[in-house]
Design a protein. Structure first.
Length: 267
């Protein structure tokens, strides 16, 4: 599968990555099979979070034998130094690794929260200290409000940004992507298929592939079959200035559909 440079991290990541939220619903055996299949088919970017149930533990178990061939990004949803330090220690243990590639501040959706996380007693300080000690290589930020993420990028503190982007949710195109490019911040797109055109509910917390909408408006935009819609939706996101797109994946079939779209993409 094609790889792209993840901004100033210089990491080369698969254009289709693995969104790890939904494997928390699977047994350990099934989840490990899904993650290993993703790796075998060329996915090397795996995104999870401390708050995603036992997703970290499952990804860590699945990838422990190929750890150095993968880029693992996790997140802390805590806002203070002490709480995020506990998150960080737990993530390392659950992921069965002594180093993270990327630690992200999770769900920063307003300026007050951003200021707290970046303050003297904020979670960003834990991330920076971990980087100084060689426990993490890069620091990222995630959220659903591009205008807030733009301010974060402009601070110069973040190497990567994770933001929703799909055929309906296009707000990130206006300012965030150009700002990220100007600062050489790597962009990863989440929720590539969580779109319902008739209601404009575009950030649904649902598995991306298994629940891709079949409403007429979305069919008109993306295609009649679910496979066509997945292909079209992922192609749309990959045609933008992003390094990787991370659909939520929770079955071998979903992994194979997503990787097939990545393999077929030319751009």
């Amino acid at each position: 599968m094609q790889k792209r440079r993840l901004g100033r991290t210089n990491l080369q990541v698969s254009i289709v990555g693995f969104g790890g939220t939904w494997i928390s619903e699977l047994s350990m055996t099934d989840a490990v099979s899904v993650v290993k299949r993703a790796f075998d088919l060329g996915i090397n970017y795996f995104d999870t979070a401390r708050l995603d149930g036992d997703s970290e533990e499952k990804i860590g178990t699945a990838l422990q034998d190929v750890r150095e061939k993968c880029v693992i990004a996790t997140k802390t949803g805590s806002r203070t130094k002490q709480e995020s330090l506990e998150d960080f220690k737990c993530s390392l243990k659950r992921l069965k690794t002594d180093r993270l590639d990327i630690i992200q501040l999770h769900g920063i959706d307003d300026e007050k929260t951003l200021a707290k996380a970046m303050g003297a007693d904020g979670s960003l300080q834990t991330c920076k200290e971990a980087r100084r000690h060689g426990l993490v290589d890069f620091i990222g930020i995630t959220g659903h409000k591009p205008r807030v993420l733009v301010k974060a990028i402009e601070s110069g503190e973040f190497d990567t940004v994770l933001v929703p982007l799909n055929v309906v949710t296009r707000q990130a195109l206006d300012e965030l992507l150009p700002t990220a490019k100007a600062h050489d911040v790597g962009v990863v797109a989440m929720k590539p298929l969580s779109a319902k055109t008739s209601t404009l509910i575009t950030c649904l917390y649902q598995p991306s592939l298994s629940l891709v909408s079949d409403e007429p408006e979305l069919k008109a935009l993306l295609g009649q079959s679910s496979g066509e819609r997945v292909n079209s939706a992922l192609r749309y996101v990959l045609s933008q200035d992003v390094a990787s797109v991370i659909p939520g994946l929770k079955s071998v079939g979903e992994v194979e559909t997503a990787t097939r779209a990545g393999e077929q993409y030319r751009g």
